[in-house]
Design a binder for this molecule. Sequence first.
Ligand code: SAH
Ligand code: SF4
Length: 419
Amino acid sequence: MADTNLMSIPGQVDPVPVARDITPRADGRVDLIGLPKDRIRELFEEAGLEPKQAKLRAKQVFHWLYHRGVIDFEAMTDIAKTMRPWLTERFVIGRPEVVEAQHSTDGTRKWLLKTADGHEFEMVFIPDADRGTLCVSSQVGCTLNCRFCHTGTMKLVRNLTPGEIVGQVMLARDALGEWPKGSMAGLDDAEDEGHYTSDGRLLTNIVMMGMGEPLYNFDNVKGALKLVMDGDGLALSKRRITLSTSGVVPMMDRCGEEIGVNLAVSLHAVTKEIRDEIVPLNKKYGIEELLEACAAYPGASNARRITFEYVMLKDKNDSDEHARELVRLLKQYKLPAKVNLIPFNPWPGAAYDTSTPERVKRFSDIVFEGGISAPVRTPRGRDIDAACGQLKTAAEKKSRAQRDREAAKAAEAAEAASV
Ligand code: SAH
Ligand code: SF4
């Protein structure tokens, strides 16, 4: 159970528990998933291998982990038989635990996952005719509390580690059967490469749009996405990855420079008054500052436009004037932009309603007439609470009374244990 060391993130007002990059399991073994190849090499050296051996073994193991998706050292057939138990004694190949898998009538799939120290989070797979998108979580809960977002009603429990983030992508490949010839196959290299580069994959795109604010977990998200983009890793192009932020201005430049993925910005409103209400982070980083940071986003161009997400809330942010102001702002800052209109996905207790389809259509038309593409996103997976903003884990849905009862019990148990 207790497999997470706690430390505080510098700069946060309240110390937030996060897992360290390496947290040995209860049995002392170290999970290799989420570590860069160099770190694996270091660990092999620390465990007693000669530097040259360590380098070679790290390269082989890395390939098995990310190209073949094996979850057992015994399956690594080009590693000497005697070496495999040595690895098994010291290391593990982790995956988040699947607590529940749900299927929507529209093909969307949602998984409730659990970290090794017992925290639940979710990931969603959305299949389309020409692509398959995995919506990945970056935190358990969120420190921000956008008024229309279900995740925003959860407290931040902790940041996910690089292993837990890249682990979601690996788990999706497991579930979709997208490793070359299954995850345990012992193939020779020629056969493998042929399979690996074959087209027709289901999982083609990744969006960092699950639970949490990815730019408040920058280092771990960066570490995980590096493994996803690494040609020797999961080898997915940065053009197929989009990171969504609610507007953490000071981290946007680093996101472009150091990660280099597509950017989506949760704008949602065009006046200070309304954005302050629905995205409270706006009080810290206002609309002008946010749009300036977008204009300076490294790598943005007409070929690689920034996506502006706009949730359609009835009688709140959906008037003709708002649509015209949106066009004006995007033009004023000369932004290579596209707008994604997201009809609000309701959840129990939400303070807003969804705009009518006619209103959404009219809003979209005005933005289109202004020369900016503004498609309406069809909600996916609403029947299983998998649509944007509906993610909130069951554990967190417990009533306050139930949580209080559990906390009291835990405190009692802790007291009993300490006597
Ligand atoms: N924290 C990041 C990424 C996760 S949220 C961010 O806020 O950008 C992913 C997207 O879903 C965001 O654009 C968010 O504003 C949107 N969203 C949240 N709640 C929603 C809801 N109830 N209906 C529709 N979209 C919602
Ligand atoms: Fe957090 Fe994004 Fe939800 Fe806002 S919309 S509360 S930033 S997950």
